[in-house]
Design a protein around this ligand. Structure first.
Ligand code: SAM
Ligand code: SF4
Length: 328
């Protein structure tokens, strides 16, 4: 069993498949991007499968593929197929910007992918282009509708809320849950090396954080009712507009952290186990694998250095990697 020093059972692994991305969201990626990793620095598909197989033997049950942009990963469909076939793994899901989803949704669903979370921060095409530094909103919509038709449901929409960027759109996003069985999830901005200037039209660093309490106030008129948390909704606190098909959730890693129920581990694209998103402790596994040794001791070592809780309030910020290098 994968149990950490504080008695939390780890059943969920988030795997970053690449540090590459076809967007450059202002809060995630520096304007010039990040250096492209050499292919030998990245875990191969076989190495990823081998780690998941070992972890499944220790009680891992769910896997999420992320990035960078996971749809850019070569051999993705066959990787999903192999992961889905591992004994003990109950579901494979993905977090994506959906730019390439229209093209890939159907083959991914056939390979065994269960659901997708789509990251979308605005419903305005011009603002989307500015936030993502060049992205096309229409492709995201097409990706979402194609994924729905392919059965990758329920669709979750992840919206990072930033003051002065998209805090005026919360009601429009929440309204999407009325007629669509989508789970809209509002996420607080996390301090990941994004303190620099984002360019014209974006607020300065010290004004960007928008708390879940402020989000709740904005949505007060909707009379949100507590709802059961949909499958895989993890740390979101979930609500429903009365009569709506979908739900509205809030993820508050900064203001109301949920560390006591944390059930996850992360694997970076270059092969390090990262037990906490917001803490820089990591255990490298790539070389262990390449030397033909078992990764099970490293899995347990990573749990031994999983902190009880993050320490953002005390001012301990992660600074080893950008969010695009971990995968959220
Ligand atoms: N490219 C994929 C995508 O955008 O969905 C997967 C990787 S992305 C790093 C994973 C998630 O992290 C996205 O939902 C994104 O909005 C979120 N994210 C990135 N930087 C963030 C930050 N500083 N604070 C909060 N969420 C962030
Ligand atoms: Fe790329 Fe996702 Fe980061 Fe946007 S949030 S830059 S889509 S990795």
């Amino acid at each position: 069993m994968l149990i950490d020093s504080f008695g939390r059972q780890i059943t969920y692994l988030r795997i970053s498949l690449t540090t590459n991305c076809n967007l450059k969201c202002v809060y995630c990626m520096p304007p010039d991007g990040i250096p492209v990793a050499q292919s030998e620095e990245l875990l191969s598909n076989d190495e990823i499968v081998s780690i998941v197989r070992s972890a499944a033997g220790e009680g891992l049950r769910r896997v999420r593929l992320t990035g960078g942009e996971p749809l850019l990963r070569k051999g993705l469909v066959s990787l999903v197929c192999e992961l889905a076939a591992i004994q003990g793994i109950e579901e494979i899901t993905m977090t994506t910007n959906a730019i390439l989803l229209e093209r890939m949704a159907s083959s991914l669903a056939k390979a065994g992918l269960k659901r997708v979370n789509v990251s979308l921060d605005t419903l305005d095409a011009e603002k989307f282009r500015r936030i993502t530094r060049g992205g096309c909103l229409d492709r995201v919509y097409k990706g979402i509708t194609t994924a729905e038709r392919a059965g990758l449901q329920p669709i979750k929409i992840n919206t990072v809320v930033v003051r002065g960027m998209n805090d005026g759109e919360l009601r429009d996003f929440a309204n999407l849950s009325v007629d669509h069985s989508w789970n809209i999830r509002f996420i607080e901005l996390m301090p990941f090396g994004n303190s620099k200037d984002w360019g014209a039209g974006f607020p300065p660093a010290d004004q960007r954080y928008y708390s879940v309490q402020e989000m709740h106030k904005d949505l007060a008129a909707f009379n949100l009712q507590p709802a059961d948390t949909p499958p895989g909704n993890g740390p979101a606190r979930t609500f429903r507009i009365p009569g709506a098909l979908g739900t509205v959730g809030f993820i508050s890693p900064v203001g109301e952290h949920f560390c006591e129920s944390c059930d996850r581990l992360r694997l970076t694209a270059d092969g390090s186990l990262r037990p906490c998103l917001l803490n820089d402790n990591e255990v490298p596994v790539r070389e262990i694998l390449r030397e033909g040794e078992s990764v099970i001791p490293a899995l347990h070592k990573s749990l031994a250095c999983k902190p009880q809780a993050h320490a953002l309030i005390e001012g301990n910020l992660p600074n080893l990697r950008r969010m695009v290098q971990i995968g959220g």
